[in-house]
Design a protein around this ligand. Structure first.
Ligand code: GTP
Ligand code: MG
Ligand code: ZN
Length: 353
């Protein structure tokens, strides 16, 4: 398989020429499972590990490879095993704040052309969460698309209402409605996906991400899925992120459902996802208006006269605040890490003397 079919292009080739050693080749990461990697190159799949030097020089989790990354590798055992030396720059990425108290990034996937944000019409539907996913996708310079699954479980008029709720929140992203049971909408998804392009599926556990991939897969090679509980809560059936190449040539990354979707340093992502509010804000009297209670605030005015949905506005403020708060803590922490790194290095130097 040619590397272009795996999503490579002149841009990656140029970077590879610049960054990879002469005895190294490039390959794409198709699966990550706790420090172990699977790569794909012209010849097929190869297991791989990070070199010691790579691990040593990685300063943060964003420096570690994730699914979809292009890397410089050196092969061992006549191509049966590879060491990862360098990550090529990412054209796009998906990351979130690591779950829990730790303020750190977690890379989800890289070099994605479009992301399908998936919600089920049954139990899972939540516009505020949709907005959160949109921030994450927009922030990573990825085209978002929305998919509503399990339409076989609700009436057509109920589906209309859900779509209206999304539109009323000022979200104008394309929506595809799908049933993995009846097969409705599968063709539409298939048509969107182009050969050589990479897509990612995002959404809670149990919404039908893996089932959708199986619908797009002809014949065997089907992935594992499990029935959800009565409340619609999934069981985290997909345990790792992996990139799958469909027969039609498009690549798709399946991810495990995420419980926490923390936003970190995603200011631009928030503005892009709340474009209606961002546009209005240009009309605020003060340039640094926070749209809380400032006089002459165009956003507040629009909320008051019903032009902007109140909950949509509240979520905007919330996400903006969260993103800024974590960003500040993150920068603080990085500064300390760097100082600590310098300390260690100077201690080592001192000892050598
Ligand atoms: N009725 C109905 N059930 C569906 C549909 N799509 C998926 N399901 C069922 O929902 C359950 C969960 O589907 P999965 O594909 O495993 O969900 P997932 O999003 O991959 O979940 P995680 O891997 O845990 O993140 C399975 O029992 C599917 O058969 C649909 O369109 N309609
Ligand atoms: Mg799954
Ligand atoms: Zn304002």
């Amino acid at each position: 398989m040619k590397l272009e079919k795996l999503g490579s292009d002149q841009w990656f080739t140029d970077h590879a020429n610049e960054l990879c050693g002469s005895e190294q080749g490039i390959a794409r990461i198709t699966a990550v499972d706790r420090g172990r990697y699977i790569l794909r190159n012209e010849d097929g799949e190869v297991p791989a590990e990070l070199t010691g030097k790579f691990l040593y020089s990685a300063e943060s989790t964003i420096d570690l490879p994730c699914v979809g990354d292009w890397v410089c590798v050196k092969y061992h055992d006549s191509g049966k095993f590879a060491g990862i030396h360098t990550i090529l720059p990412r054209k796009s990425f998906l990351h979130r704040k690591t779950p829990g108290k730790n303020i750190e990034f977690q890379m989800i996937a890289a070099n994605i052309d479009a992301a399908f944000i998936i919600q089920s019409c049954h139990f899972d539907f939540n516009v505020r969460r949709l907005e959160r996913y949109l921030v994450m996708v927009n922030d990573g310079h990825i085209e978002p698309l929305l998919i509503l699954t399990k339409i076989d479980l609700i009436r057509p008029d109920e589906l209309e209402q859900l779509i209206m709720k999304i539109r009323q929140s000022g979200i104008d992203t394309r929506i595809i409605v799908v049933s993995n049971v009846t097969g409705a909408g599968i063709d539409e998804v298939n048509k969107i996906m182009l050969s050589g392009k990479t897509y990612c599926l995002l959404g809670s556990s149990g919404v039908g991400k893996t089932t959708l991939i199986n619908q797009l897969t002809v014949g065997h090679n089907k992935l594992k899925t499990k029935t959800v509980s009565g409340t619609g809560e999934g069981r985290h059936t997909t345990a790792r992120r992996q990139l799958i190449i469909l027969e039609q040539g498009a690549m798709i990354i399946d991810t495990p459902g995420m419980r926490e979707l923390g936003i970190l340093g995603a200011g631009d992502g928030v503005d892009d996802s709340f474009a209606d509010i961002h546009e209005l804000s240009l009309g605020c009297r003060f340039k640094n208006c926070a749209h809380n209670n400032e006089p002459g605030c165009a956003v507040l005015m629009a909320v008051e006269n019903g032009k902007i949905n109140e909950k949509h506005y509240q979520n905007y403020l919330k996400l903006k605040k969260e993103s800024e708060f974590y960003e500040m803590s993150y920068l603080e922490k990085r500064k300390k890490d760097k100082a600590f790194g310098r300390l260690i290095r100077s201690v080592k130097k001192h000892k050598k003397k």
